[in-house]
Design a protein around this ligand. Structure first.
Ligand code: PEP
Ligand code: MN
Length: 264
């Protein structure tokens, strides 16, 4: 298989501008769950950059459990993230939920995110493969490591090998946390595949309180990067507020990682 270590023994390095996943550093992607306004994303972006984040994130098309929840600013959200990314000097990533929107989203962002609910949306995987943009492929919320790697195989065999895997927690019997962050998957993936793998402790835990310790644990397990949700005012966030770090708490986490001599 194309994603396997047998096929390629040396690590794939995914480059987005100066950012490298799978190289020596541990890039951190930070930003709000959803783009809510220019001001909100700009504040988050300036703080993310100042704290040492490598990329800015923000959803414009949100896959929400309830149809009555905020669904995202859609095209206007894409325009905001493109503008703010340029203004603060960070490459940007946003989620694509619909194969018909891949081209539009690819015109506005530097990396396409496939969310957990779409990991096995094979039509979408084929379309992002054709776009040639780097892809952030999140693990399905009930997907085995094998199924996750086969989803990456669909993208690679479709002609796009710029793939970063992202562990974001899986469904287990435990309900105290939103998901169970499967850090076993990190050394297992590094053994089975040459693709870089990052960890999202925000969705992995569902609560800001557990984000910092699990971010550090992820790096201990060998993660090639982190994805952290941040918000200028988490209590007022339109999605995923409870798991979002304040801008100050994010800066503190980044300083703590730096003090551990982690090259961000
Ligand atoms: C997100 O990154 O905001 C998101 C919806 O993630 P996931 O697909 O992992 O739930
Ligand atoms: Mn989210």
């Amino acid at each position: 298989k194309l994603v396997s270590r047998e096929f390629q023994s040396k690590n794939t390095v995914v480059s987005i501008g100066d950012v490298r996943f799978g190289g020596d550093g541990i890039p951190v992607i930070a930003g709000p769950c959803a783009v809510e306004s220019y001001e909100q994303l700009y504040q988050a972006g300036v703080s993310a950059k100042a704290a040492g984040a490598a990329m800015l994130r923000g959803g414009a098309y949100k896959p929400r459990t309830s149809p009555y929840s905020f669904q995202g600013l859609e095209k206007y959200g894409l325009e905001i993230i493109k503008t703010v990314g340029r203004e603060v000097g960070l490459p940007v990533v946003s989620e694509v939920t619909d194969p018909r929107k891949v081209e539009l989203i690819a015109e506005h962002v530097d990396m396409l995110q496939i969310g957990t609910r779409n990991m096995q949306n094979f039509v979408l995987l084929k379309e992002v493969a054709l776009s040639k943009k780097p892809v952030l492929l999140k693990r399905g919320l009930a997907a085995t490591i094998e199924e996750w790697l086969m989803a990456a195989e669909h993208i690679m065999s479709g002609g796009n090998s710029q793939i970063v895997l992202c562990e974001r927690g899986i469904r287990t019997f435990e309900t105290y946390t939103r998901n169970t962050l499967d850090l076993n998957a990190i050394p297992v993936i590094k053994h089975l595949s040459h693709l870089p793998v990052i960890v999202d402790p925000s969705h992995g835990t569902g609560s800001w309180r557990w984000v910092s310790p699990m971010a550090k644990a992820a790096i201990g397990a060998g993660a090639d990067g982190l994805l952290i949700e941040i918000h200028p005012c988490p209590e007022e966030a339109l999605s995923d507020g409870p798991q979002s770090l304040t801008l100050a708490n994010f800066a503190q986490l980044m300083a703590e990682l730096d003090a551990l001599a982690i090259v961000l």
